[in-house]
Ligand binder design. Structure first.
Ligand SMILES: *Cc1c(COP(=O)(O)O)cnc(C)c1O
Length: 239
């Protein structure tokens, strides 16, 4: 085999693994979405990407393909017009791009703009990082820049407990305080969900402060007491 061909075709074992994925998807119509991530799928050649998407589409014509990637940020030139045409061809398909800081958009903005212009929805996932993006001002700037580019802020993740990353962790209560300030600064369109992957396999939960902070009986009847983003209390009928 020529070295060029070796780069273009999947290895025999990969073909076997992928075949098992396609077979599984064919047998499980209840699966509506497939998430391709980590290793970054967009580090594949265009030929391999095409082969992968063709296999998925053949198995399940309607399945939503989700591509988790950082390539538009780390290697924006990789997203050439051919790649974007491939992504477009295999819709329904959505990109989730990991972006932590507004400065990352200075290199990747054009590539992301090209995706959005081609009609490919792009969602943004951000990890809350101490000393990097742990202020409401910075995050509001990042998410406004995303909105300007047509990207949807989707998740603000509390840091996973990955070994060696503790120095990046923002304590949960501080994270919630930042999130509350962020919510007061930005429209709903620009506000991602603050979420945490529970250690030990508990799955993902959305983090929020308890907005219902009490219950009172008034002349007008029983009410719940709700707290707004600035801490002020409001009433809403309980029934
Ligand atoms: C949970 C998770 C997703 C998928 O999230 P949905 O809630 O299914 O949209 C994608 N990427 C990462 C890193 C996640 O933790």
């Amino acid at each position: 085999m020529e070295s060029g061909e070796r780069e273009e075709a999947f290895e025999k074992q990969d073909v076997g693994d992928l075949q098992r994925v396609y077979d599984y998807l064919r047998g499980h119509a209840e699966i509506r979405e497939i998430l391709l991530s980590g290793g970054d799928p967009l580090t594949l050649s265009n030929a391999k990407l095409c082969e992968l998407f063709q296999g998925l589409r053949a198995a399940r014509p309607g399945i939503l393909i989700r591509v988790g990637t950082r390539v538009p940020i780390t290697d924006p030139l990789r997203l050439d017009s051919e790649t974007i045409a491939i992504l477009n061809k295999f819709r329904p398909l959505r990109l989730s791009v990991h972006i932590n800081h507004p400065r990352e958009l200075s290199g990747g903005g054009d590539a992301l703009d090209a995706c959005v212009s081609a009609g490919i929805p792009v969602h943004v996932q951000t990890v809350l990082l101490r000393g990097i993006n742990d202020t409401a001002e910075l995050l509001a700037g990042l998410f406004r820049d995303c909105l300007d580019l047509g990207l949807t802020p989707y998740y603000l993740f509390q840091l996973d407990l990955a070994p060696g990353t503790a120095h990046f962790r923002v304590p949960l209560t501080q994270g919630l305080a930042i999130y509350r300030q962020l919510a007061a600064r930005i429209s709903g369109l620009g506000l991602p969900a603050y979420a945490l992957d529970l250690p030990g396999g508990g799955g993902k939960i959305r983090l929020h402060e308890n907005v219902i902070c009490g219950e009172r009986v008034t002349d007008a009847g029983r009410i719940y007491v709700l707290k707004d983003v600035s801490g002020r209390e409001w009433g809403y009928p309980a029934e």
